[in-house]
Design a protein around this ligand. Structure first.
Ligand code: GTP
Length: 593
């Protein structure tokens, strides 16, 4: 059964075809479509609504139709439906002579034309545009839209309608209508069974014939078709045929026929107070009365002619005015939109400026951060270099303890502090025993290794306030501020004990490391470092002489001999410490010996 049953699409197509020609069938189809609403798509259901609106229009219920059409335009299921609804709305307003509304509807409809793919629907809209623009006297626009339809070389009814609209527009523009083309469109319209449109096409041909002085031909053409036009039953067209015939007959001197046609024209268009045929008909009747020298009738018909002419003129002007009003409104709207757009642009620019400013601030902050980071980095690098340089200047690279220069500085400061505080300070000085032998036997690297062991063994015995340094070669010094002689001696003995525990296997050879110690304190030697060093050195020398690997405390009675011997052997320089100079000379003598 489903194979024979027509689909919603089929029914829609048929309803569309018969909507103007067969109202009974159209109603039946709408009824069927209503029943099939469930199986229809949203677009199809909407198309049914548009057909229902069409039925309302044909029954004179245009107000209700307008509500439906506006509804579809506001929320369409598809672009084509929106366009179709727009064209129907414009047409409805034009039929009810609300040209401003019609023009607004057209503007809205034409804005969506590029979205319409269905050519038939597009042509329907463009034809409505041509009709409305011709009606409001904008024949250029009428011509444009009618020709756009013809550009697509449409068939049948669309071509017939478009051709007629082209002729109407050219006529309105006072341009010549192409007679051959008008005759061709007559045939197209007749083939489409559109007697009214074919009839209008003939009026354009007749007009051109009359313009060329071929009045008889024009009359023959119009009269030959008059019965067909009368059967078609469109009052305006019937009126126009009779009015034209009346005018031409009058010119040909056929007064009786002219009067008859004029009266027919009046009777068929009497309900259309502003129709042009009425004007022509009354004018002919007036001319007939004049011709018959009937002043009373002439005056009466002239009055009617003047009235009809005024009504027609007013009608034309009001339609033209509608166009101007709408254009003005549209322009105003466009200006308002432009104004708003400009305002938006200003706001956008302002926002961009604000953003740019924020961006710039961010950039500056970033630059500052980068700058601070690099300054910080360079400060850190410089500090590190400084620290390295300082360490290099203060530390003995072989043993890692303070060098002689640093030892001297720290020890002098500590001694000055002890002097101020009236505290004792003790200096321990030691020299490795037979170090030359170690070097000679095991090599210089083994000697270096032994020096590192010795320094490392002493470090844990010193307090942070003690000054421990390598005075040169294999000679070391430890200054203990705030300590007495006994403490110094104990420290020296602890050192001896620790040296005895040194394992030199990691130096490549196993050998013993011992040292000889000389100790003095500030109570005996004073707070002068050079003097203390000198005294400690002398005690150390005694320790060497006494058999090495031992501690000797400076004693003036024992060590003064050496001092005076050294003083005598060594000439003293300007301001030189006699004690210190003596020790060095003496030492040199020992080394030589
Ligand atoms: N490996 C090494 N040897 C050094 C270093 N500084 C000095 N010497 C050596 O230490 C030796 C010191 O020898 P001397 O002053 O004769 O004294 P000694 O051999 O220790 O004998 P006494 O002091 O009398 O016990 C010299 O041979 C120097 O070359 C050093 O940094 N590394």
């Amino acid at each position: 059964a489903s194979e024979t049953e027509p689909s919603v699409g089929d029914l829609l197509r048929e309803a569309d075809q018969v909507r103007t020609s067969d109202l009974a069938r159209f109603d039946a189809l709408l009824h069927d479509l209503d029943a099939l609403a469930e199986s229809a798509t949203a677009i199809e259901r909407e198309r049914v609504r548009l057909l229902q609106a069409h039925r309302l229009i044909t029954r004179g219920r245009s107000e209700e139709a307008v509500v439906v059409l506006r509804d579809v335009i506001a929320e369409p299921a598809g672009a084509a439906n929106k366009f179709l609804a727009g064209s129907m709305l414009a047409n409805t307003h034009a039929i009810t002579r609300r040209f401003e509304l019609a023009l607004h509807a057209l503007d809205a409809m034409l804005a969506g034309q590029s979205d319409v793919e269905d050519k038939d629907i597009l042509h329907r809209g463009l034809l409505v545009a041509a009709i409305v623009y011709n009606q409001v006297g904008e024949f250029r626009l009428g011509l444009h839209y009618a020709e756009r339809v013809l550009d697509d070389t449409p068939l049948g009814r669309s071509r017939c309608a478009a051709e007629n609209l082209v002729h109407e527009a050219r006529n309105g523009l006072k341009e010549r209508v192409d007679v051959a083309r008008a005759m061709e469109s007559v045939q197209v319209c007749e083939a489409e069974r559109e007697p009214i449109l074919a009839g209008f096409s003939r009026t354009y041909v007749a007009e051109m014939l009359a313009e060329d002085g071929k009045l008889e031909d024009a009359v023959a053409l119009l009269e030959g078709y008059l019965s067909v036009v009368e059967r078609a039953g469109y009052p305006l067209l019937i009126g126009q045929y009779h009015a034209m015939l009346a005018e031409h007959r009058m010119k040909l001197g056929d007064i009786e026929a002219a009067e008859q046609h004029a009266r027919h024209a009046v009777s068929s268009t009497s309900s259309l107070a502003s129709a042009l045929p009425l004007v022509v008909a009354y004018r002919t009747l007036y001319e007939v009365a004049e011709h018959r020298q009937d002043p009373e009738l002439a005056l009466a018909t002239y009055r009617l002619y003047a009235q009809a002419d005024k009504a027609h003129f007013n009608d034309v002007k009001s339609r033209e005015m509608a166009y101007q009003v709408v254009r003005h409104q549209t322009q105003q709207q466009a200006q308002q939109i432009e104004l708003l757009n400009e305002r938006n642009t200003v706001l956008e620019l302002q926002q961009r400026v604000t953003e740019q400013r924020a961006q710039n601030t961010g950039l500056i902050v970033m630059l500052l951060v980068v700058l601070l980071a690099s300054i910080g980095f360079w400060a850190y690098r410089t500090k590190r270099v400084q620290m390295r340089l300082r360490r290099m200047a203060e530390v003995d690279m072989l043993t890692g303890i303070g060098n002689r220069h640093h030892f001297t500085q720290r020890a002098e400061r500590a001694l000055a502090q002890c002097a101020r505080a009236g505290e004792d300070a003790v200096l321990v000085m030691f020299d490795l025993d037979h170090f030359k032998l170690i070097n000679d036997r095991f090599g210089h690297a083994a000697g270096d290794c032994a020096l590192r062991h010795v320094a490392a063994a002493c470090v844990p015995l010193c307090r942070p306030v003690d000054c421990f340094g390598r005075l040169g070669g294999e000679e070391f010094g430890i200054l203990l501020p705030g300590c007495d002689l006994a403490t110094g001696r104990r420290l020296a003995e602890d050192c001896i004990a620790r040296f005895a525990e040194i394992h030199t296997a990691d130096c490549g050879h196993v050998f013993e490391v011992t040292a000889s110690f000389g100790v003095t304190n500030s109570a005996v030697s004073g707070y002068d470092l050079t003097r203390m060093l000198s005294h400690a050195d002398r005690a150390l020398y005694r320790a060497k002489r006494g058999g090495r690997n031992r501690v000797c405390v400076f004693e003036t009675s024992l060590d003064a001999v050496a001092l005076s011997l050294a003083s005598a052997a060594m000439p003293t320089g300007d301001g030189a410490d006699p004690d210190a100079a003596g020790v060095d000379a003496w030492k040199q003598g020992v080394a030589v010996g």
